[in-house]
Design a protein around this ligand. Structure first.
Ligand code: FES
Length: 116
């Protein structure tokens, strides 16, 4: 149990946190959500749900506005590509991976654990 202060539960950033309902996702289409003051992109693809940071490491573009090419999300600004399964960059001009986050389903609730 985590400390309670002024009746407010302090959330350990390593805990799974609610992101959205599974029904809010459209398969093959990225969706952006705010979780714990961070923006993340959720993608339902091939029966799995993946989550990466909504951040292009090239110049801070928002990946949630991008299109999917296979398992890669294409940054709409300059075309860098990131694998939604692990956040790995697969195409310039970005050269650094973006964080990927662990996903689990709790019934129809999508829960994510934020990574750095
Ligand atoms: S900001 Fe994403 S490719 Fe430049």
């Amino acid at each position: 149990m985590w400390p309670v202060s002024n009746k407010e539960v302090i959330i350990n950033p390593r805990d799974f946190q609610y992101a959205c309902e599974l029904g809010e996702l459209t398969p093959g289409k990225p969706s952006t959500f705010e979780v714990d003051d961070r923006f993340v992109v959720l993608v339902q693809l091939d029966g799995q749900v993946y989550c990466i940071e909504d951040l292009c490491t090239h110049d801070g573009g928002t990946l949630g506005d991008g299109e999917l090419e296979g398992h890669c999300l294409v940054c709409p600004r300059h075309g860098a590509k990131f694998d939604v399964r692990n956040g790995h960059v697969t195409c310039m001009p970005a050269t650094e991976n973006t964080p990927s986050h662990e996903v689990k389903l709790d019934g129809s609730r999508i829960m994510i654990r934020l990574n750095d």
